[in-house]
Design a protein around this ligand. Sequence first.
Ligand SMILES: [Mg+2]
Length: 367
Amino acid sequence: MQDEMPIRKIIHVDMDAFYASVEQLDNPELRGKAIAVGGSSARGVVSAASYEARKFGVRSAMSGAVARKLCPQLIFVKTNFDRYKEVSKQIRTIFFEYTDLVEPLSLDEAYLDVTENKKGNPSATMIATEIRKKIKEKTGLNASAGISMNKFVAKIASDINKPNGQKTIGPEDVVPFLETLDVKKFYGVGKVTKEKMYRLGIFTGMDLKGKSIEFLEENFGKSGGFYYNVVRGIHNSKVKPSRTQKSLAAEHTFSENISSEIFMLERLEEIAAEVEKRLHKSKLAGKTVTLKIKYRDFTLQTRSKTLPLFIASKELILDVVKELLFQEKMKESVRLLGISISNLNNETPKKKQVPKESIDVQLKLEF
Ligand SMILES: [Mg+2]
């Protein structure tokens, strides 16, 4: 069946140090300097680090305190999601000049299927070069790209010549490339899985290929089948346009029902930290905070508040959650608490209900 799949041309575009580069673009005094976006508050986390800061080991998702220790001259800059979103939109407009099959992964990353493209250009490599050039012209920012026959390999490839570079891995090169690749570079293999693979003697794609599907499923569950296939160049996941996440949440079920708000607050702090972590991972922020309360009798209550700006930090989320928590007395003891963030910064503003064409028609009829 595999042979019947037409070979696809997939580009993964990834902006270089996106938030930090936008800040350096907008504030010339920050250029060439070690900067961190976010992380300035007492327990804040770095959202992005400039390449100058990365030389000191500063990374995103690192606590601001640790980052400051690694790089004392580090300049902390506040996040400005509205601005990042604006740039992200400019970039997507460029993508749509080539194809409608665009799947954003975050504000600064997307997969494009250019197998059939609007320019009729048979070379995905040339398209990637053009797109990166246009992004630079339009936004002043650098992007990197990976080009291959599936999303999995394209994603890995975009990292190879980063920053400001691209890498094509053609159909014949996919399997040899994966065979020599360290499994830690496989997309989807996190720290824990990497360690487990190493323990099992799986260090490279070649080692992975030597294992049976039964062995891999036994050790890695459902992902085992995924690893078995991708290392053979098989990854049929389509580029899914308009995959927009609507909300992001975390919750905690108590082993015993609780009724003390102070105790709830402690748990909510942990849940908010988890939400912050997930927002970071998806590079998202949101305007609406919802507190979910499930009581002992299983009735569910939600309380929410919408803010005028996007937030992503644990502290700000918790501020709103506290307000919602003390807004009214609990009905009875609580068995589950959850926090969700919606109105995310990945949503394009809602279009008016009536499409432009029909407005034109209406006007014509009326006049
Ligand atoms: Mg990026």
